[in-house]
Design a protein around this ligand. Sequence first.
Ligand SMILES: O[C@@H]1[C@@H](O)[C@H](O[C@@H]2CO[C@@H](O[C@@H]3CO[C@@H](O[C@@H]4CO[C@@H](O)[C@H](O)[C@H]4O)[C@H](O)[C@H]3O)[C@H](O)[C@H]2O)OC[C@H]1O
Length: 419
Amino acid sequence: MAPLTGLSLFLVAVGAIASPLQKRAIDGLNTRAVAAGKAYFGSATDNGELTDTAYAAGLNNTADFGQITPGNSMKWDSIEPSRGVFSYAKGDVIANLAKANGQKLRCHTLVWHSQLPSWVSNGNFDNATLIEIMTNHITNEVSHFKGQCYHWDVVNEALNEDGTFRESVFYKTVGPAYIPLAFAAAAAADPAAKLYYNDYNIESAGLKSTGAQNIVKLVQQYGAHIDGVGMQAHFIVGSTPSQAAQEANMKAFVDLGMEVAITELDIRATTPISDADVAKQVVDYGNTVRACKAVERCVGVTIWDWTDKYSWIPSVFSGQGSALPWDGDLKKKDAVYSAILSAWDSGTAPTTTPTRTSTAIATPTTTTVTKSPGCTATAAPKGTAMLWGQCGGMGWAGPTVCVCGATCKKYNDWYSQCV
Ligand SMILES: O[C@@H]1[C@@H](O)[C@H](O[C@@H]2CO[C@@H](O[C@@H]3CO[C@@H](O[C@@H]4CO[C@@H](O)[C@H](O)[C@H]4O)[C@H](O)[C@H]3O)[C@H](O)[C@H]2O)OC[C@H]1O
């Protein structure tokens, strides 16, 4: 055996110390998620927080966070505060951070009724103009971040609690068609990004989840591309849906050809949080992560920031908080953290890694209906989605789109027909 030199003695000594340290360093929420066959465990973040060096060090720890989401800096009011004026500096900071850390980036969000500048929400634009404004916004923003977004939340929160469409300016002006139009524009600008519909209170079966499934079908029937559905999962301690309820609900989306993700997880409590609520919160976090673990096409879990110090909850839900796995002093909550770790270890790991699959696009059947004398127009029968140029089809805003002077009869939020 060669005699040990000063250098080799040093290396042996460093190795003896470094090895256990490295083992601990690579064990985290993200590494366990990846070991369980998922794409990532991640966190939302925001520009202001990044100047907090202790916070930034935690976020940059890829053992815990393999993915980040900008909490605000890719929203419409940040990106296009005035018509045609695009401002990417803040979004670029988050995108560049993800790149530097080797973290996946969930880009959030293109079309949302909230954090929408008043020039859009109060602009009183007609149908064609608002479509032009929306597609221009999407094309510009998605092109800017092209190649950097693993996921895009294309449309956020388009539904009311009963599953009907939220009366956003987009819905009121364009009709349901604004959703497939948005997806089509995003797909054209970055064909590699996975395109998501994202919402809250769709994490278990119910009218709103059914509404989200109808949105998936709507986008598919228009022939536009949609890859996945994001369950925001802003839960409340003790009333978080069970693992079984979350699993069954995710599978309903998977059955439509979707992948799914938990996109904004936090579990809030009345503050100061009681010991009883901590115990419930540990169970709730475990159930949610185990549900994702159990559904092969659930690709990952994102918490809506990782420390109570920067949680959005207390500012929006008065008297509530303590929703995240790290406290306001950036100290890990051991019980919650361990519950997530062991949830990733639970059961049998999926045998295949989730991949992008192309969704089956239903081809709507059409019939030719006779209109006023000399006029035939193609219109979809009730029960199918509409196509470009048809009554209720893309760009529909009322009777004027019907050809040959026919009028467009709206049966409900989903179907209409030239009559
Ligand atoms: O800095 C913050 C951002 O962090 C914040 O990000 C948004 C937070 O969540 C998403 O939108 C909210 C989702 O929750 C809704 O309230 C729900 C009402 O029903 C309850 O059952 C449920 O538990 C609640 O979560 C809010 O009304 C939505 O605004 C959104 O996707 C994120 O972008 O945005 C505001 C910034 O100040």
